[in-house]
Design a protein around this ligand. Structure first.
Ligand code: COA
Length: 258
């Protein structure tokens, strides 16, 4: 598929999506959100792709937020629709994707940019990265899941401070908060994410997709995480990967998953 606002590269079993609007610091407009949805859906359906990395183009920004120019004249109704559509099309979609998604945060991750990074399964940052939810400085609140995922990741008090102050934190603070898992120099960011993705890709992708489902269930009000875990655990026993993984262990060889 042809994209205008993003680049998609596949290398071995790993796909890298680069949001490519560097002149606008990769701000997320409607078209970019739709393209990201399409790319994630396609890559998730491609059984050769075992992990996805998402990053921003240029050295300055991952994503500097939702495109402020696009929504500045919106009505209440349009504002609500923007948040609902965005959450469904991109943020919840990524969080619930069966394929693991790593955010390579290579600079500013603000507003919708931090919300996108938080919807990914985990985050690695470069040492120049700056993260924040500055929405209240614009007279609005985070609308792409930020009020929910930030407290989940760093706790309510820290999240409230970040949301209320609208201030950015640097990569080291994000690491101390547990918002990102590692901080590396910018030139090491993609190599490290690819190494991590490659190590993930050697494991059972079916088991990983069940694990994603069970972990997410723990944060859902409509399903019980423990019940979901039992269901997913049981379902693993019916998969070829389970046969291969356990047989390989008993035969003292490396598992060769499909
Ligand atoms: N939406 C739309 N355009 C954006 C944007 C956003 N969220 N963030 C940056 N841009 C655009 C700027 O308007 C500018 O475009 P222009 O050159 O056509 O005027 C370009 O990207 C470069 O940004 P600029 O502000 O000149 O860079 P800077 O280095 O001076 O500042 C930031 C960087 C990130 C501090 C600043 O761009 C910023 O505060 N952005 C908005 C962050 C925000 O509030 N996000 C939440 C949105 S809900």
């Amino acid at each position: 598929m042809k994209y205008i606002n993003i680049l998609v590269q596949n290398e071995a079993k790993i796909a890298t999506i680069t949001i490519n609007r560097p002149n606008k610091l990769n701000a997320l407009n409607r078209d970019t959100i739709q393209e990201l949805h399409n790319a994630f859906r396609e890559l998730d359906e491609d059984k050769n792709i075992k992990a996805i990395i998402i990053t921003g183009s240029g050295e300055k920004a991952f994503v500097a937020g939702a495109d402020i120019a696009e929504f500045s004249n919106f009505s209440e109704k349009e504002g609500g629709e923007l948040a609902k559509e965005g959450q469904e099309r991109l943020f919840d979609f990524v969080e619930n994707l069966a394929t693991p998604v790593i955010a390579a945060v290579n600079g500013f991750a603000l507003g919708g940019g931090l919300e996108l990074a938080m919807a990914c399964h985990f985050r690695i940052a470069s040492d120049n990265a700056k993260m924040g939810l500055p929405e209240v400085s614009l007279g609005v609140i985070p609308g792409y899941g930020g009020t929910q995922r930030l407290p989940q990741l760093i706790g309510k008090g820290r999240a409230n401070e970040m949301i209320m102050s609208a201030r950015m934190i640097d990569a080291q603070k994000a690491l101390a908060y547990g918002l990102v898992n590692e901080v590396v120099a910018q030139q090491e960011l993609l190599p490290l994410c690819k190494k991590m993705a490659s190590s993930i890709s050697n494991n059972s992708s079916v088991a990983i997709s069940y694990a994603i489902k069970a972990v997410n269930a723990g944060f859902s009000s409509s399903v019980d995480g423990y019940v979901e875990e039992i269901k997913a655990f049981g379902a693993c026993f019916g998969t070829k990967d389970f046969k291969e993984g356990t047989t390989a262990f008993l035969e003292k060889r490396k598992a060769n998953f499909e």
